[in-house]
Design a protein around this ligand. Structure first.
Ligand SMILES: Cc1ncc(C[n+]2csc(CCOP(=O)(O)OP(=O)(O)O)c2C)c(N)n1
Length: 185
């Protein structure tokens, strides 16, 4: 799946009031936001791991508006997710996390290729120090804190999985996580 496809499916499923916190996750150019204060992101020069805690903070501030964290797999790891899910459960925070799993530190891979297009790293099949394989099972990390969670690798399963996750978050004081396997470019 492309990140844009996942973003469009998510956008179609979200209510007008939802707030999206994105860190190398969704593609806002294919999403619709009803008004201001619906989409938040940050400059990536430092502070990796911002996305999920930012969504938790927004949920603490206002539980009546859905908080969605859209994060790359590396960004999710940098957020200290075990601590995040523990806090979400302890405070019964209705947060949906969507992990865009491309199995790579793609920002690092892409900028290296941009700076040194014919360099040794760019010419290798797998660029050194950029792979995140083998992937941890991200759905299980959230499940360790009793979140509703699922992994989606087939695009046909995505809309229904997002709907299920949203209904869990809306109906109870329970967090949910959807890990989506996405393409690298
Ligand atoms: C503390 C910190 N370390 C390193 C970086 C550099 N950095 C920016 S984006 C990124 C990769 C994030 O990976 P992922 O969330 O999987 O997204 P992808 O690049 O694959 O789209 C890194 C390492 C940073 N911004 N902050």
């Amino acid at each position: 799946m492309s990140p844009a496809f996942v973003s469009k499916c998510l956008s179609d499923a979200l209510s007008d009031k939802a707030r999206v916190f994105s860190e190398l996750g969704c593609d806002p150019s294919v999403m619709t936001f009803a008004s201001s204060n619906r989409y938040f992101s940050y400059a990536l020069a430092g502070g990796l791991g911002w996305g999920l805690p930012a969504a938790l903070g927004a949920a603490l501030a206002n539980r009546d508006r859905l908080s969605v964290a859209c994060v790359g797999d590396g960004s999710y790891m940098f957020a200290n997710p075990v601590a995040c899910h523990q806090i979400a459960e302890a405070n019964e925070l209705p947060v949906l996390t969507v992990v865009f799993n491309n199995g790579v530190w793609n920002a690092v891979r892409k900028t290296t290729r941009m700076m040194y297009p014919t360099g040794k790293a760019a010419r290798m099949n797998t660029m050194p120090m950029t792979s995140l394989a083998p992937s941890p099972d991200y759905a299980m990390i959230a499940a360790a804190s009793r979140a509703w969670s699922a992994t989606v690798s087939d695009s046909r399963d995505l809309p229904v999985t997002i709907d299920e996750a949203l209904s869990v978050v809306a109906s109870g004081r329970r967090q949910a996580l959807v890990e989506v396997i996405v393409s690298q470019d």
